[in-house]
Design a binder for this molecule. Structure first.
Ligand code: SF4
Length: 393
């Protein structure tokens, strides 16, 4: 029997237990009473989540979790936000060669590339022309690209388009820059901030468990390093997102630890803006080639993970349904299972598509508005920091 950690004194009055010890639900207990019990239990845990209590949530019914997660979002209105943004992946050459990744290339591969500063600026200009308020600039670990490259890019963006928000470079890229420059993470972040960096994406978190990381991304920063880099960024005023790559070799207990670590850090810094559960795509990855992951996880697991993220991370202002990975239809369903943001228009996405995503490269605003309306929610355009720029009724 799953007890939600309730004490005997609390639980037994709600249950009938016969002489053989079988437990069955009284009429009044289902499903409303069960839902109320879940709600009360979650509220009582909010101040004291542990990996174990979070893991217990994964054993519960997806619809009950979704209902609770949606009720949390509704406390702040029935709004679903999105941003008009552009992804720019400046290079795909990477020395890390993570088994989870289909995006990276080696030097000399026919489709390996690195953009010049001018090429990045051309894409920025196109994005601004199309109304982008945010630039999402990430790439890979390419030793030929140094800190000055980003200082030049960010400086030129800010002098030409001061109103556009630069969200760039994951904690992994920051740590790599500090290595190749032979300087501290603090110094790298400070220089980038001076050049115009305003926010960081949440990538590179994968699963914050070093046992899992050893298999899926052995050369990347360790779990504690990722958290430490985020803490430094938050301490100097660079806010960030956080991601979780799920649906590969990890188990619910690893997702629970991941959510717990993020919740704890957010309690300390308050610097995270949004949480993005990223569904793992396996095509063209070494994890798939080695037979470690043979299929994508199912929709129930996705919705459950999104709902639990909302329930646990109530100290994050948003939980995102990343439509590129979920597909538009499942992303729309997720809006009633705890997600309150649809990410953005993107304009050009390469990372998830390299691993087999069949979604479009961009979503027009009208399409986003249709998805939100269909989910019976109210759409609002936001900026990177969740300031509302325009409401759609
Ligand atoms: S996940 Fe990132 S660090 Fe790992 S191989 Fe891909 S681009 Fe490189």
């Amino acid at each position: 029997m799953f007890t939600l950690g309730l004490s005997r004194d609390m639980l037994y009055p709600l249950l009938n237990i016969n002489t053989k010890g079988y437990v069955y639900m009284r009429e009044y207990q289902k499903p409303q009473a069960y839902y109320r019990m879940l709600q009360n239990w979650c509220e009582s845990k909010m101040e004291e989540w542990t990996p174990k209590t979070i893991e217990e949530l994964f054993a519960l019914d997806v619809h009950e979790l979704g209902k609770l997660a949606d009720s949390i979002n509704r406390r702040n209105g029935n709004t679903v936000t999105f941003v008009v943004n552009r992804h720019i992946n400046y290079t795909n050459i990477c020395v890390s060669r993570c088994p989870l990744c289909a995006f990276y290339r080696n030097v000399g591969d026919s489709d390996a590339y690195s953009m010049s500063v001018d090429e990045v600026l051309e894409k920025v200009a196109e994005a601004v022309k199309m109304g982008a308020t945010e630039l999402h600039i990430v790439g890979s670990l390419n030793p030929e690209i140094n800190l000055e490259y980003f200082e030049r890019i960010f400086g030129r963006i800010k002098s030409k388009f001061p109103h556009v928000i630069i969200k760039a470079l994951t904690a992994t890229e920051i740590q790599f820059l500090s290595q190749i420059e032979g300087t501290s993470v603090e110094e790298v972040l400070s220089r980038l901030k001076d050049a115009g960096l305003q926010a960081m994406p949440g990538g590179g978190a994968e699963i914050l468990d070093d046992g899992i990381r050893e298999v899926i991304c052995p050369k990347k920063v360790k779990a504690e390093e990722w958290l430490w880099i985020m803490e430094i960024a938050h301490s100097i005023g660079i806010r960030s997102n956080a991601t979780m790559l799920f649906g590969h070799i990890e188990k619910p207990k690893h997702r629970a630890v991941h959510l717990y670590k993020l919740w704890k850090l957010q309690e300390r810094t308050g610097g995270f803006v949004s949480f993005i559960p990223l569904l793992f795509y396996l095509e063209n990855t070494e994890l798939n080639a080695l037979g470690l992951v043979e299929e994508k996880t199912d929709a129930v697991d996705v919705l459950k993970t999104i709902a639990i993220s909302r329930i646990v991370l109530q100290n994050f202002s948003s939980i995102r349904a990343y439509w590129v990975a979920l597909g538009e239809k499942l992303a729309q369903v997720a809006l009633n299972y705890g997600a309150n943001d649809l990410d953005g228009t993107l304009m050009e996405e390469r990372v998830t598509h390299a691993a087999g995503a069949k979604t479009p490269l961009m979503l027009q605003i009208n399409k986003i508005l249709g998805l939100v309306k269909g989910a019976n929610k109210i759409a609002a355009e936001r900026d990177t920091f969740y300031n509302i720029l325009r409401r759609y009724s």
